[in-house]
Ligand binder design. Structure first.
Ligand code: NAD
Length: 245
């Protein structure tokens, strides 16, 4: 589905991002994954190699625009084009508002929002020049309903939705599609490590009767990145088994 495409996936070293990297590789894309540190990038690349897949890795500081821009230019020069960007790197937050510092709040916004701006801005001239591309963002089900604790996280994901809908309008005349996927609770390492007693009530609250797998989210990214979604832009696609919490 992605034969001949070049894709950049931020936060591609584990969880949803790593699954997306694998899915894109399986579907014929040349994938460049971004991580936060050399060690985690190397670990992800060697794990791909063990499965006979190949990718390339970088670890730019996503909050340093100049560094992001030069990395994207380097990739463009090496491969000639960047067709797909998946803004997936993200962190979450817990705790009541009185216990969160300004720095805690800024940390979330810096990665979940400002980094999405930086990487999207850096790829835009490349996609405009090649007359097309796809930018995909990772939102969350909390971007629709909020969450009762850790205010920075839902705030950041509401911003991701606004960014997605607006950039889709701005870039549609350039044949650049911008969409987001809003996962529900998804079985990454963190969720898998939760005790059964915590997971069971969560499952009970999901109408489709199970927690999301990383593959569910990667498949949504695959569809939206592919030519099958050629006429879809400005969409925030829920992939959550109808979880509404
Ligand atoms: P994860 O913690 O397993 O992976 C996060 C990724 O982000 C890693 O590759 C990590 O290297 C990268 N990252 C973290 N901090 C970084 C930084 N400062 N600079 C650059 N990269 C950094 O997380 P996940 O659960 O796979 O989540 C991926 C995305 O999906 C996030 O945007 C998250 O908000 C969203 N999401 C996850 C769930 C869930 O239940 N797992 C639900 C809804 C949305």
């Amino acid at each position: 589905m992605l034969k001949g495409k070049v894709a950049v996936v931020t936060g591609g070293t584990r969880g949803i991002g790593f699954e997306t990297v694998k899915t894109f590789c399986e579907n014929g894309a040349k994938v460049i994954l971004f991580g936060s540190r050399k060690e985690t990038v190397d670990k992800a690349l060697s794990s791909l190699k063990d499965s006979n897949m190949e990718a390339e890795g970088y670890f730019p500081n996503l909050n340093d625009y100049k560094e992001v821009e030069s990395t994207m230019q380097e990739i463009k020069e090496k491969y000639g084009h960047i067709d797909i960007l998946v803004n997936n790197a993200g962190i979450s937050q817990k705790g009541p508002i009185e216990e969160l510092s300004t720095e805690d709040f800024e940390k979330i916004i810096n990665l979940n929002v400002n980094a999405v701006f930086n990487v999207s801005k850096a790829v835009t001239p490349i996609m405009k020049e090649q007359k097309g591309g796809v930018i995909l963002n990772t939102s969350s089900m909390v971007s629709r309903y909020g969450q009762p604790s850790g205010i920075g996280y839902p705030t950041s994901k509401f911003a991701v939705n606004g960014f997605t809908l607006s950039l889709a309008r701005e870039l549609a005349p350039f044949n650049i599609r911008v969409n987001a996927v809003a996962p529900g609770i998804t079985k990454t390492d963190m969720v898998a490590a939760l005790p059964e007693a915590m997971i069971e009530p969560l499952i009970q609250s999901i109408p489709l009767g199970r927690i999301g797998e990383t593959r569910d989210i990667a498949n949504a990214f695959l569809f939206l990145a592919s030519d099958l979604a050629d006429y879809i832009t400005g969409v925030v696609l829920s992939v959550d088994g109808l979880a509404r919490c």
